[in-house]
Design a protein around this ligand. Structure first.
Ligand SMILES: Nc1ncnc2c1ncn2[C@@H]1O[C@H](COP(=O)(O)OP(=O)(O)OP(=O)(O)O)[C@@H](O)[C@H]1O
Length: 545
């Protein structure tokens, strides 16, 4: 039985208000210079406006308070700003923050589902706070937002720019993230008047080494950790702690705000570094409910062999397209950047009828920003992506999310699913796992993932010829890199996959055969050593690229 046709946001009727149709620019540590026509390597990235309001139904459900109720609490310029963005009513998390925070400058830990307006829920109180007289001297940063990825930093800065666009006095929002020229952007920052700074941890930590930058942050009023659980996990926590050491001490009284769709228990132990004891904890999620959006039917396809991976991906894409040809904007998540590069090459060859996009950390920042903008504006198409856009990114109208391979944890699964069904729309999600990865479904029973409604596996032989015909046209180096990345990624999950190193190599070799490789690509001796796979039979030592 094919999946039923989907309804998209229409039941809520009406559309959001008008948004300007021209591209917005976000300054990257700049002081308001006009947008560039093209983007040169290392120069300021620009992010385009989310497409005009005609594609954007309101996020709100009946019974939410209108923003007009905030007269006298929010600055009239901010109210005009949100109105121009099409925000007539507060989303539940926005309403909760305004009604339940003891004051707009209170410390808080806030959880709400993906795509429900958390960005405005932290920007509005923080900016209002700044406007109410809590402004540091000229050139000082009042609001610092730290988030995990460059794309997200640009997106948050753009939303900040939209929100503040109608204020009588311009507030400069700067960004700081890697992949852009450090010296010139730093100069713009220290010579500008940056009231708000949106940054990723690596570059922020780096520029805080400069005395002038530290001085700019001495009057900090609000620190926001967006995707707080990610910012405080083992990967980012060391950088965050280093950053905190160079900011004014918490005892200076700055406000701490931590936001995420997922806040696992362990976060409570670490948020103390930015929140005072007694902080307000807010959630719009019932504790017995899964933190995925209820409107997203979620399915899994369990493969008997890794060899079926590619035919399964093509099968799911084609099936989903057949059932909803007019509503087909898809994000496919792979597990590694090189794996994503190869999948993109495959899809480009095998599915020429669709517009395909690729986005991962091995691309230049310019290419990443360009693809982000293009996919935001595309009415349909397939984005093959790694986790650089797994959290926070707001690509309008994504109708389907496919995850190919094991997510690192339940939180990552939830955030990826959250790229669909945003701002009140509907969406679907499918995860494709091979037998050893299927434990993910059983070990996360709270996730509402059901078997895919049709027996995809039985139909795979139909799709195999397309895989076999397409792979000879995919670059051999891309395949070799994907193979190596597959081994490296899965090596870290050996125990969970219930595989011995030798068995993993066999699985990886099957993956290579499925890509049409006559024999497994060679791997450099040093790399094999680093992976801890030295001496494991089945690996071919040598150099492929
Ligand atoms: N009050 C509102 N009315 C209409 N649209 C809104 C409102 N608030 C936010 N939106 C829109 O909803 C979409 C999702 O918002 P946002 O990106 O802030 O979600 P989020 O909760 O931060 O998601 P994630 O958990 O993925 O980071 C955006 O397109 C935003 O412009």
């Amino acid at each position: 039985m094919p999946p039923p046709p989907r309804r998209r946001g229409g039941a809520r009727g009406g559309r959001g208000g008008k948004r300007p149709g021209s591209p917005y620019t976000v300054r990257n540590m700049s002081d308001g210079r006009p947008p560039r026509a093209t983007q040169e390597q290392g120069q300021e990235p620009q992010i385009h406006a989310t497409p005009a309001a005609h594609s954007k139904p309101p996020l709100v459900v009946e019974g939410q308070k209108p923003y007009s109720d905030m007269k006298g609490i929010l600055h009239p310029g901010l109210l005009e700003g949100v109105d121009a963005m099409g925000f007539k009513f507060m989303s539940p998390v926005q309403e909760k923050v305004f009604s339940e925070l003891p004051s707009l400058s209170s410390d808080c830990l806030v959880q709400a589902k993906t795509g429900t307006g958390k960005t405005a829920a932290f920007l509005l109180p923080a900016i209002q706070n700044l406007l109410s007289g809590n402004r540091p001297p000229r050139g000082g940063v009042a609001i610092l937002v730290i988030c995990p990825t460059r794309e997200l930093a640009l997106q948050i800065a753009k939303e900040c720019q939209d929100i503040t666009a109608r204020l009588p006095q311009k507030l400069e929002c700067h960004t700081a993230f890697g992949g852009t020229q450090r010296a010139s952007s730093l100069k713009r920052f220290v010579t500008g008047n940056p009231s708000i700074l949106v940054a990723t941890p690596g570059r922020l930590d780096d520029i805080l080494g400069e005395k002038e930058v530290r001085e700019r942050l001495q009057g900090l009023k609000t620190l926001v950790l967006d995707e707080a659980d990610r910012m405080l996990d083992a990967g980012f926590a060391p950088a965050i702690h280093k950053i905190l050491k160079r900011l004014p001490p918490k005892s200076d009284g700055w406000q701490g705000m931590c936001f995420s769709a997922t806040l696992p228990e362990r976060v409570n132990d670490v948020v103390k570094c930015v929140l005072f004891p007694g902080y307000t904890s807010l959630s719009t999620i019932d504790p017995n409910e899964a933190p995925t959006v209820a409107r997203v039917p979620q399915f899994f396809v369990s493969l008997t062999s890794i060899k079926q991976t590619f035919s399964a991906l093509l099968a799911v894409l084609q099936k989903e397209h057949e059932s909803n040809p007019d509503d087909f904007k898809v994000v496919v998540f792979g597990t590694t950047a090189n794996g994503v590069g190869m999948l993109y090459d495959l899809c480009k060859v095998a599915l020429p009828q669709f517009r395909t996009f690729e986005l991962h950390s091995r691309m230049s920042q310019n290419a990443r920003t360009r693809t982000t903008n293009e996919f935001k504006e595309a009415p349909s198409g397939i984005l093959i992506a790694s986790d650089v856009v797994g959290r926070g990114m707001d690509f309008p109208n994504v109708s389907l999310v496919i995850q190919l391979g094991l997510p690192s944890d339940a939180e990552q699964y939830v955030h990826r699913v959250g790229r669909t069904a945003r701002a009140g729309r509907d969406g679907r999600a499918v995860i494709i796992l091979f037998s050893n990865e299927s434990f993910f479904i059983h070990t996360n029973p709270s996730l509402p993932i059901k078997p895919y409604p049709t027996d995809i596996v039985a139909e795979l032989p139909k799709y195999q010829p397309l895989v076999e015909k397409s792979f000879p046209r995919v670059d051999e180096v891309a395949k070799a890199k994907a193979y190596q990345a597959f081994l490296g990624y899965n090596k870290t999950y050996l125990k969970k996959l219930r595989l011995q190193p030798k068995e993993l190599v066999q699985v990886a070799n099957d993956y290579a055969y499925a890509m049409g490789c006559p024999e497994p690509p060679m791997i450099d001796k040093k790399v094999v050593g680093k992976m801890g796979l030295k001496g494991v039979p089945g690996i071919r030592i040598g150099s492929t690229y």
